[in-house]
Ligand binder design. Structure first.
Ligand SMILES: Nc1ncnc2c1ncn2[C@@H]1O[C@H](COP(=O)(O)OP(=O)(O)O)[C@@H](O)[C@H]1O
Ligand SMILES: [Mg+2]
Length: 191
């Protein structure tokens, strides 16, 4: 489904990745482990198309080298939580959904659906500022899933997270894995 081929990344003063090759199959969950500074975040940003300058190739099953396409099939959850604290949870979800082109009824329905998936149905109208760290993390993951991406990339999603929130993070991913196994039956119509 997605193949990383001899990807290297040189920052100004450091070489973060040195010819990394990996293949990710459909319906699978992968963990990237390594010490601080190993290049995990850099690799995830490259796959998610957040970093666009690198050597090597990322090939997705849909088309080769199409950056905007890859952005639409990946959902990226950064290490640092990125939410608008003064706005309600649902509005945050809708904001991200809009960035990915959802609108109208579809946008509203998808926001409700995602809110349920991340176990925050009762908190949709609450401002993010009252949320615990775990709830914010879950909401941030929900934001990255609004456009129903094929690949969800999470950078250290459970650091400092309580067991209940861990459950609400991994459970939906397990569900997603099961449904995505069948995704090859209906290829998306992007581009
Ligand atoms: N924006 C950046 N500019 C310069 N160097 C960076 C930048 N981001 C990361 N690095 C360097 O690249 C290396 C890999 O970092 P990173 O991908 O964040 O590793 P990890 O997530 O495994 O801790 C580190 O040496 C880090 O200092
Ligand atoms: Mg990191």
């Amino acid at each position: 489904m997605l193949s990383v081929q001899e990807v290297s990344k040189q920052y100004k003063n450091s070489r973060a990745l040195n010819s990394v090759s990996l293949t990710f199959d459909k319906g699978k969950c992968f963990g990237i482990v390594g010490p601080n500074g190993a290049g995990k975040s850099t690799l995830m940003k490259i796959i998610a198309n957040v970093i666009q300058e690198y050597d090597g190739e990322i090939i997705s099953s849909d088309r080769t080298g199409n950056h905007s396409l890859r952005k639409s099939i990946t959902g990226y959850v950064p290490q640092e939580i990125c939410l608008e604290e003064k706005l309600p949870a649902l509005v945050n979800l809708q904001f991200y959904g809009q960035l990915y082109g959802l609108k109208g009824r579809e946008l509203h329905e998808r926001a409700q659906e995602v809110l349920r998936d991340i176990g925050l149905t009762d908190y949709g109208k609450e401002k993010v500022s009252i949320f615990s760290g775990g709830m914010k993390r879950r909401l941030n993951i929900g934001c990255a899933r609004m456009h129903n991406p094929h690949i969800v990339i999470m950078d250290e999603p459970t650091v400092g997270i309580d067991p209940q929130s861990r459950h609400h993070i991994f459970n939906p991913i397990d569900q997603l894995k099961k449904t995505r196994t069948y995704h090859h039956l209906y290829q998306p119509q992007y581009g």
